[in-house]
Design a protein around this ligand. Structure first.
Ligand code: SAM
Length: 308
């Protein structure tokens, strides 16, 4: 298929053209993902090294994966699930470091994409309280259209700067959910570590739910409210270890999984999954767990419209 191709750029165009000819909507994105995968580089490097000549082995490997995609095998399956989101989370000095929830969030989104036969390139994702873009960037690299919202001008400036460095196009907005136009529609709404900072969770979730398309997913990570979360998240993290500035959290704003589930139900969303996130001091890293005593996340879904 690519016998006459010499450089990264010409091979990419040829591959995208082939995909497009058989009606693959995400032709360009898929060509980039497959080539970046074979060459072991990220998509920004792929674009920057367009003039580099490919060797025969690289051309054969690109050809082999291209043939599979032409037979309509999803890119996620060609790479293998884990490898697919690893690719999206590739860590380099230009990429933000992912946390364990990042993978769970990507996994949940991929589940929805595969289950409903959707294409990542067609998804509209809203990341509320996006900070510096930790989740906006991997979803954008996967091809989704991402809107990142945060009231902090400093965060939005940092997020924009980082996205520019990685040549990523992300719609960052310096605002709050409360100020957004709820007539906008999204397939996935994310609120990671945000609800413990809002004053009216019910109103916040109602607005988020209103912006979800039928069948859409909302993912929230937050802090439980009990003596353990007081000891670890406030005394431990803010006063002893000083991971966070004092006063970052107010314990009475923490929310139990039951309260959050009830608030989701009142907003018309059904909780479909829950996970705890714990710190392992021996490995010095955060990991997913069934223990939801302190940090945890819930996944909720808006019911699909009944077909008439
Ligand atoms: C603890 S940070 C979490 C940042 C990021 N989501 C993460 O997980 O790393 C909470 C963020 O939520 C933002 N935030 C607080 N209230 C908000 C609201 N009502 N709408 C949108 N963002 C909000 C804050 O400005 C802050 O950047």
């Amino acid at each position: 298929m690519l016998a006459a191709t010499r450089t990264i750029a010409t091979a990419r165009y040829a591959l995208a053209e082939k995909f497009s000819q058989v009606g693959i909507d995400s032709a360009d994105v898929d060509a980039r993902l497959l080539m970046a995968h074979v060459l072991g580089i990220d998509r920004a490097e792929l674009m920057a090294n367009g003039e580099r000549a490919l060797n025969l082995d690289e051309m054969k490997a690109i050809d082999a994966l291209g043939e599979r995609r032409l037979k309509r095998e999803p890119v996620a399956r060609i790479f293998g699930r884990k490898e697919f989101w690893n690719l999206s989370l590739q860590v380099s000095p230009a990429v933000l470091v992912p946390r364990p929830e990042t993978e769970t969030v990507i996994e949940a989104a991929l589940d929805a994409v595969m289950r409903d036969g959707l294409q990542m390139e067609k998804l509209r994702i809203l990341d509320i309280g996006c900070g510096a873009g930790l989740l906006c960037e991997p979803f954008t690299r996967l091809g989704a259209q991402v809107i990142g919202v945060d009231p902090s001008a400093t965060n939005i400036a940092a997020a924009k700067l980082h996205a520019d460095k990685g040549h990523l196009s992300i719609d960052y907005r310096c605002t709050t959910v409360e100020q957004m136009d709820v007539r906008e529609r999204f397939d996935i709404v994310l609120a990671m570590e945000v609800v413990e900072h809002v004053s009216d969770i019910g109103m916040f979730l109602n607005r988020c739910a209103a912006m979800l398309k039928p069948g859409g997913l909302m993912l929230v990570s937050t802090l439980n409210r009990n003596w353990k979360s007081f000891a670890l998240a406030i005394v431990g993290a803010e006063y002893v270890l000083r991971w966070l500035p004092r006063g970052t959290h107010q314990w009475d704003k923490f929310v139990t999984p039951n309260e959050l589930e009830l608030a989701f139900e009142r907003a018309g969303l059904q909780v479909t999954g829950e996970r705890g996130v714990i710190y392992n001091p021996f490995a010095d890293r955060w990991q997913l767990s069934s223990d939801m005593d302190v940090n945890y996340m819930l996944v909720a879904e808006r019911a699909k419209e009944k077909s008439k």
